[in-house]
Design a protein around this ligand. Structure first.
Ligand SMILES: *Cc1c(COP(=O)(O)O)cnc(C)c1O
Length: 403
């Protein structure tokens, strides 16, 4: 399978430590050689030699748009609708506010009760700020979302791939039903952008946000992105009206004036080093397409599931990720009472996965650098850890600050 893999050559673009199988690229993508070279150039030639002239000379000022335009085709967006800035959380605050501003006769924001916490927290913060009569978070179980849509709801905010289970929502059909009822939609693409085909324009998505440090390999704390359908840019309002999002920032005028473009979603000065790293890593996507990535992702997860199923001692791991291809993201999650200790013992064996409270062992599959042979080897080590109970020690049970 590795010999026939059309993405096999991409692995050489990454720095990967020896004797490590990295099944956590969905949480923090590994370093690319391009990123390292770019940091050197930004530090020495740009910041070092050219100092402040680099804002023009090296296009620092245009980076948010340049990076946004690189992300756009990966999520199915036409030009002028994606910009790179801030974190997913901050961008959620902006798009929830913007969506509410476009639907002023309503105030409810519907989400899923097990959505990624920051999506819920940011809405709660806005609810506290604006008051319940302007913004009210309502949550429901995943299976009840479609039935919970009605004409009292202003905004539906969901994450395409559930960060715990890996279950995929059908963006197109949910968006269509929401629109029939006059509801605007926000899709969080944190666990899908760069791994799953997304067609925001074709599917009529109103707003989307996503992550730079997961499948885009933009480095720790890389900036995020925001997508806004062009038709909304003129009428919407978003409250983080910083100077970088002004129509003419360098006129330094006392009053905010919004530009007609996606630049109205910028707030303050971008983190140039971090954004440059993301920019460099995104070049890995230019000569391939997302369908190739998806095909390999499904083959990798199929193989992992099959090898785990073949081993009786792994029966105690309960899979919570859907087996159907069209419902499965690029990750696999299992429940086990000792999930945390198993994860730590696996890391000690050189297989980096992660743990999500309360009892989930999660494996992420990044098709750009993983080989099928890595899948085989990681399941062998998982079998050793579980069947020999190698995880059953205090060393692996004590919780670290970041799990
Ligand atoms: C990773 C992730 C985030 C991260 O948000 P930041 O503010 O960039 O830290 C947000 N939402 C989801 C669904 C995620 O998986």
């Amino acid at each position: 399978m590795d010999a026939k893999d059309p993405l096999a050559a991409k692995r050489a673009e990454f720095y990967l430590p020896e004797n490590t199988i990295y099944l956590d690229g969905n949480s923090l993508g590994p370093m690319t050689h391009a990123a390292k070279d770019r940091v050197n150039a930004v530090m020495t030639q740009q910041w070092g030699d050219d100092l402040i002239t680099s804002w023009n000379k090296h296009q620092w000022i245009d980076l948010p748009e340049i990076v946004g335009e690189k992300i756009a085709p990966i999520i199915g967006a036409g030009p002028g609708q994606v910009i790179c800035c801030d974190s997913v959380s901050i961008n959620l605050f902006k798009v929830i506010s913007a969506a509410l501003s476009l639907n002023p006769s309503r105030h409810k924001v519907l989400s899923q009760n097990d959505n990624f916490p920051t999506d819920l927290y940011m809405t709660q913060g806005l609810e506290n700020l604006l008051g319940r009569e302007k913004c009210q978070l309502v949550t429901t179980k995943e299976e009840d979302i479609l039935d919970s849509l009605d004409e009292s709801i202003a905004v539906l905010m969901l994450t395409q791939v559930n960060f715990r289970t890996g279950r995929i929502h059908d963006i197109q059909s949910i968006t269509e039903k929401a629109h029939q009822l006059g509801i605007l939609v926000i899709w969080d693409l944190a666990h899908s952008a760069g791994a799953i085909p997304v067609k925001v324009d074709e599917w009529g998505v109103d707003f989307a946000v996503g992550c730079g440090y997961k499948y885009f390999n933009g480095g720790p704390g890389a900036p995020a992105f925001v997508y806004v359908a062009e038709k909304h840019l003129a009428a919407l309002e978003q409250p983080l009206s910083g100077w970088m999002g002004h129509a003419s920032p360098f006129e330094f005028s006392p009053d905010y004036e919004k530009p007609p473009s996606i630049k109205q979603f910028l707030c303050g000065t971008p983190g140039v080093v971090s954004m440059s790293v993301l920019d460099a890593s995104l070049d890995l996507f230019t000569d391939i397409n997302i369908e190739m990535i998806r095909e390999k992702s499904l083959a990798l997860t199929d193989l992992f599931i099959e090898l785990v199923n073949q081993e009786e001692s792994l029966n105690q791991l309960e899979i919570i990720t859907p087996l159907e291809h069209d419902e499965r993201g690029s990750q696999i999650a299992y429940c086990h009472d000792d999930a945390y200790a198993i994860c730590q013992a696996l890391i000690a064996e050189g297989v980096i996965a992660d743990f999500r409270a309360p009892n989930i062992l999660r494996f992420g599959f990044s098709p750009l650098f993983l080989r099928y042979a890595d899948i085989e080897k990681s399941v062998e080590l998982l079998i050793d850890v579980v069947s020999e109970k190698r995880y059953d020690s205090e060393q692996f049970r004590s919780r670290k600050a970041v799990t």
